[in-house]
Design a protein around this ligand. Structure first.
Ligand SMILES: Nc1ncnc2c1ncn2[C@@H]1O[C@H](COP(=O)(O)OP(=O)(O)OP(=O)(O)O)[C@@H](O)[C@H]1O
Ligand SMILES: [Mg+2]
Length: 204
C-alpha cells in the first residue's frame, strides 16, 4: 500500500480539495482507496458521507478491515496547523507528501517554512519520502498566479501541477464528487492540469 499525505499547516491552502480529488483519481484508475481525515473539522469525512455509492468507492479508514477490500492506497487529509507529534505520525505513514500552495504571500511564506521543515526530515533526505508541490487556485494572467509560479519554480522540488481557480472544485466538493466524476467535456482543462500529478502518483 502507498500512503499519500496531503499537508500544509497553512489553513485554506487547498488540502481537502486536493485530497478528495487525489483519492478519486486513484479510485478511477482502478485502485482500492482508503481516506483518512486527520482534521477535527471532518471536511473529508463529510465529503465521503455525501458521496453516491454509484461512484468509484473510497473507503473511510475507519471501516472495519473485514468490511472493505485490502487497500492499494491510503490518502491522508491533514489539518491546518499540523506540527509536532501529529506531523511525525503522518510522515511515518507516508511514502509521498503533496503540499498544496495558495497564491497569497502568506501562503508562500508559510509553505516555505513547512517545506524547509520537510526537507530536514531524515526520511526525505534518505529518499524514503518524496515531496511534491501543487499550485492552487491559479487564475490565468494574474500577478498572484505569476508570483506563485515563480515561487514554485524556485523550490527545487517537483511541481506536480498548477491548478486553476475553478468553480468545479467548489461545486463537486459539496456533492461528494470530484472533477473525475464529471463528464469529460466539463473538465477538459482540469484533467490536463492533473495529468503530471497523476503520473507522479503512479511512479514507485
Ligand atoms: N482550484 C480551486 N478553485 C477554486 N476554489 C478552490 C480551489 N481549490 C480550493 N478551493 C477552495 O478554497 C477553499 C479552501 O480549500 P480547502 O478547504 O480544500 O483548503 P484546506 O487546506 O483543506 O483548508 P483547512 O486548512 O481549513 O483544512 C475552499 O472553499 C475550496 O473550495
Ligand atoms: Mg481541509
Amino acid at each position: 500500500m502507498q500512503t499519500i499525505l496531503i499537508a500544509n499547516p497553512k489553513g485554506g491552502s487547498g488540502k481537502t480539495t486536493l485530497a478528495v480529488n487525489v483519492a478519486s483519481s486513484l479510485a478511477f484508475a482502478g485502485g482500492q482507496v482508503t481516506l483518512l481525515d486527520m482534521d477535527r473539522q471532518r471536511s473529508a469525512r463529510l465529503w465521503l458521507e455525501r458521496r453516491s455509492p454509484e461512484l468509484p468507492v473510497i473507503w473511510p479508514l475507519e471501516t472495519r478491515r473485514d468490511e472493505r477490500p485490502e487497500a492499494d492506497w491510503l490518502v491522508i487529509d491533514s489539518a491546518a496547523g499540523l506540527h509536532g507529534k501529529n506531523l511525525e505520525r503522518a510522515i511515518k505513514l507516508a511514502s509521498k507528501v503533496i503540499v498544496p500552495v495558495g497564491t497569497s504571500l502568506f501562503d508562500m511564506q508559510a509553505s516555505q517554512d513547512f517545506l524547509d521543515l520537510l526537507r530536514a526530515e531524515k526520511a526525505v533526505r534518505k529518499g524514503r519520502l518524496q515531496v511534491g508541490v501543487v499550485g492552487m487556485r491559479m487564475s490565468a494572467r494574474t500577478r498572484a498566479a505569476a508570483a506563485l509560479e515563480e515561487f514554485l519554480a524556485g523550490l527545487d522540488l517537483p511541481v506536480l501541477a498548477c491548478l486553476r481557480e475553478a468553480q468545479v472544485y467548489v461545486n463537486t466538493l459539496v456533492e461528494g464528487k470530484s472533477i473525475f466524476d464529471l463528464p469529460l467535456h466539463q473538465t477538459v482543462r482540469e484533467r490536463e492540469q492533473w495529468a503530471s500529478l497523476q503520473r507522479w502518483l503512479e511512479k514507485p
